[in-house]
Design a protein around this ligand. Structure first.
Ligand SMILES: [Zn+2]
Length: 299
């Protein structure tokens, strides 16, 4: 295995040791609970990523960069502010959501390495491992003292982490502030604005039923809907739809229907990635054992 990959794994073990998610004991039920929290945290970050596409599209904000990179940045910054404004359920914090989402991208990359998958350099999204590093850069830039170990553990050059504070975090933070200052909803204004609603379409499998119940109970989609409604003067009504997609584990903004579509298959993928992470982090075992663990996890 690549030295850099080992380094990332050791770092994520350290990072998780700092979070509630990793403080669960290792028995099956607590593992299941930790997996559900990982799924909820990733769903929240993904909802915000798709919301960023909505904001860019509906408010016609010019973007001079990859829109996917911008959406990653806006979603991450929305969770990293010094004044958290999402009233999240007790099971997950905003910082944990960022760490969980970054971890998911790191695990996706490592799985691609194990499977020898072709690297999609042509894709509109940055590579999974780049998305991981970009998010960790923003995490560090948000609070360099608290996340001092990010630089050393990830082996980031000093000049680069300096840029995480001044260039990456501050620039992204300023962009979010500009959007809110420019398109923010005036609380005392009677001007019309779009509402955001949430729909859970009927899940078709037992696994998806359980996922829908967990996400519904966590209430994170309703929190995002309330936050968008209260913060921005959106021109149209928008619906967040959880549904079976059949076409794959994805989420997307459907501009014509004004829907953020969240596939149950993607949420199931988050649960799988949490289990795959356990396999990849096994210590003192051969690559064959990790391979066997990953194969068991897929069943
Ligand atoms: Zn996107």
């Amino acid at each position: 295995m690549l030295v850099a990959t080992r380094r990332i794994i050791y770092f994520m073990v350290w990072l998780y040791a700092c979070s509630v998610i990793a403080n669960e004991s290792q028995d099956a039920s607590s593992q299941e609970l930790a997996g559900e929290q990982f799924m909820v945290a990733n769903t929240l970050w993904t909802l915000l990523h798709e919301t960023a596409h909505v904001v860019i599209d509906e408010l016609d904000i010019p973007v001079i960069a990859s829109e996917e990179d911008v959406a990653d940045q806006l979603a991450t910054i929305a969770l990293l502010g010094h004044n958290p404004n999402f009233d999240l359920p007790d099971s997950v914090t905003q910082i944990e959501s960022v760490i969980a989402a970054a971890t998911a991208w790191r695990v996706e990359w490592e799985l691609e390495q194990w499977e020898g998958a072709e690297v999609a350099y042509w894709d509109s999204h940055s590579l999974s491992i780049q998305r991981f590093y970009h998010m960790m850069c923003l995490l560090y830039g948000n609070d360099p003292d608290k996340y001092e170990a990010v630089q050393e553990q990830l082996g980031l050059p000093y000049e680069h982490v300096l840029g995480c504070v001044d260039a990456e975090y501050e620039r992204a933070h300023r962009a979010v502030k500009w959007i809110i200052d420019t398109y923010g909803r005036q609380q005392d204004s009677a001007a019309p604005h779009g509402n955001v609603s949430v729909v859970y379409e009927k899940p078709l499998t037992d696994e998806h039923k359980k996922i829908a119940a967990t996400i519904n109970k966590a209430g994170i989609a309703e929190l995002v809907a309330k936050h968008v409604e209260g913060t921005l003067a959106m021109p149209n009504d928008i619906t967040i739809v959880f549904t079976s997609c059949f076409s794959g584990a994805t989420a997307f903004w459907h501009s014509e229907r004004k829907e953020i579509v969240m596939c149950y298959e993607l949420l199931a993928r988050f649960l799988y990635l949490y289990k795959a992470k356990q396999c990849l982090e096994m210590k003192g075992v051969t690559d064959e054992k990790i391979e066997a663990c990953l194969a068991r996890t897929q069943n």
